[in-house]
Design a protein around this ligand. Structure first.
Ligand SMILES: Cc1cc2nc3c(=O)[nH]c(=O)nc-3n(C[C@H](O)[C@H](O)[C@H](O)COP(=O)(O)O)c2cc1C
Ligand SMILES: C=C(O[C@@H]1CC(C(=O)O)=C[C@@H](OP(=O)(O)O)[C@H]1O)C(=O)O
Length: 364
C-alpha cells in the first residue's frame, strides 16, 4: 500500500500522508532531454490545491513543489525524478474522535481490517491529499505528450443533478467548478450552498477528452487501452465508475445506432461518429478518446451519522475538520493526470515508432 506504483514503463510511486511532513512522487522512466522546471509542475498542482473557492476544503496549503533530483540545467537527465510538497497546515486535533470510530464512506474501517491500525490524522494515505503525487507526475507525462501534440480538455460535466448544457472551452477555468457552461456553474453553486447549509456534500461527473492519440495505441487483449485508463482513473479516491465513449448508455442502443461507420477524408480512414470514445478492440482508433469518471459525494460530512467504534460499540459521530463539500472540481486535474500517465506508459510500452518520434524531438 505504501508504494502506489503506476505503469510498467513510466513508473510512478507516490508517497506521504495528509498530516505527515510532506507528500510527493518518484517518477522513473522519463527520457533524458525533456525540458522541465518547477513551474511546469506547479501549474498542474495549482489546479488541485485547496482553497480555490468556498466550495473546497478550508485547509490553507500553497502546495509548492520542489524538484529534488533528475533534472539538470532545466532538462531531465533520464534518472529518477523526485518531487516533494511539504504539508504546512495540518490540524490533527480535528481527527481525535475518529481515532477509534469509523467514518461512514471513508477508508477507516477497511484500513483497520487490513492492517490492524491506521494513521487516522487526516485519513493518512487514504486522504485525497495523496493525489498531489499523481498530479505532479501527471504534469511530467502531459509535458511528454505535448511534444507529440497530444492534448487534453478535462472539465466538470455535472455536479449533483446540475448538468452542463453548452460547451465553451474558454469558460472552464473561469468558474469554481471547471464547468464549460457558465449557467450550469451558477446552478451548481446554488445546489452546493443548499448541501452545505444541511451539513451535506455532493458528487458529480468529470469528462476527459484526449486529442491526437494516433490509431493503434494499446493492446488487443489484457492491457487494453480502455482497461488501462479505467484502472488508472478508478484508483483515484472517490471515483466510483468510469465510462468510455457512450459508456453505460450503449446497453440500451441498437447495433445500428452504436456502430461508428467509416468514410475516407483527405486519404485518411475516418469515423462518421464517435460512440466508441476513440477506442476499439482495446486500441485507439485515432479519434478523440472520451472518458468520464463518476465521483461520489465527499464522505466526511458534519451531520451526525450512525456508526461503530473499533471495539464494536454503536455510536453517533459528528465529523470535524475542513472537508471539500464537493470533490469534483479538485479532481478534474487528477483525472487528467492519471489519463496522461496511462497514455505515456502505453506509448512507451508498445509503440516504438512513438519512442523514435520522442527521441527525434529531444535531439533537435
Ligand atoms: C482531490 C480529492 C479530495 C478529497 N477530499 C476529501 C475530503 O475533504 N474529505 C473526505 O472525506 N474525502 C475526501 N476525498 C475522498 C476520499 O479520499 C475517499 O473517499 C476515501 O479515500 C475512500 O475511498 P473511496 O471513496 O474510493 O472508497 C477526496 C478525494 C480526492 C481525490
Ligand atoms: C488537504 C486536502 O484535502 C483533504 C482531503 C481529505 C480526505 O479525507 O481525503 C480530508 C481533508 O483533510 P484535512 O482534514 O487534513 O484538511 C481535506 O482537507 C488536499 O487534498 O490537499
Amino acid at each position: 500500500m505504501n508504494k502506489s506504483s503506476f505503469g510498467n514503463h513510466f513508473t510512478v510511486t507516490t508517497w506521504g500522508e495528509s498530516h505527515g511532513k510532506a507528500l510527493g512522487a518518484v517518477v522513473d522512466g522519463c527520457p533524458a532531454g525533456l525540458s522541465l522546471n518547477e513551474e511546469d509542475i506547479q501549474k498542474f498542482l495549482d489546479r488541485r490545491k485547496p482553497g480555490q473557492s468556498r466550495y473546497t476544503t478550508a485547509r490553507k496549503e500553497g502546495d509548492l513543489v520542489e524538484i529534488l533530483s533528475g533534472v539538470f540545467e532545466g532538462k531531465t537527465t533520464g534518472t529518477p525524478i523526485s518531487l516533494i510538497v511539504r504539508n504546512t497546515d495540518q490540524r490533527s486535533r480535528d481527527y481525535g474522535n475518529i481515532a477509534y470510530t469509523y467514518r461512514p464512506g471513508h477508508a477507516d474501517f477497511t484500513f483497520d481490517a487490513k492492517y490492524g491500525f491506521r494513521d487516522y490524522r487526516g485519513g493518512g494515505r487514504s486522504s485525497g491529499r495523496e493525489t498531489i503525487g499523481r498530479v505532479a507526475a501527471g504534469a511530467i507525462a502531459a509535458k511528454i505528450l505535448e511534444t507529440l501534440e497530444i492534448s487534453f480538455y478535462t472539465y466538470t460535466k455535472s455536479i449533483g443533478p446540475v448538468k452542463i448544457e453548452s460547451f465553451d472551452a474558454e469558460e472552464i477555468s473561469k468558474n469554481a467548478f471547471y464547468m464549460p457552461d457558465a449557467k450550469a456553474a451558477e446552478a451548481a453553486g446554488a445546489y452546493l450552498e443548499e448541501c452545505m447549509k444541511n451539513q451535506d456534500s455532493a458528487g458529480g461527473i468529470i469528462e476527459c477528452r484526449i486529442k491526437n492519440v494516433p490509431a493503434g495505441l494499446g493492446n488487443p487483449v489484457f492491457e487494453k487501452l480502455d482497461a488501462v485508463l479505467a484502472e488508472a482513473v478508478m484508483s483515484i479516491g472517490a471515483v466510483k465508475a468510469v465510462e468510455i465513449g457512450d459508456g453505460i448508455q450503449v446497453s440500451a442502443m441498437k447495433g445500428s445506432e452504436d456502430n461508428d461507420g467509416f468514410h475516407m477524408e483527405n486519404g485518411q480512414i475516418t469515423k462518421n461518429s464517435n460512440h466508441a470514445g476513440g477506442i476499439m478492440g482495446g486500441m485507439s482508433d485515432g479519434s478523440e478518446i472520451i472518458l468520464r469518471a463518476a465521483i461520489k459525494p465527499t464522505p466526511s460530512i458534519s451531520q451526525p451519522q450512525n456508526t461503530v467504534t473499533d471495539s464494536g460499540e454503536e455510536t453517533s459521530l459528528e465529523i470535524h475538520g475542513r472537508h471539500d463539500p464537493v470533490i469534483v472540481p479538485r479532481a478534474v486535474v487528477v483525472v487528467e493526470s492519471m489519463c496522461a500517465l496511462a497514455i505515456v506508459d502505453a506509448l512507451f510500452s508498445n509503440m516504438t515508432s512513438q519512442m523514435d518520434r520522442i527521441q527525434e524531438f529531444y535531439q533537435k
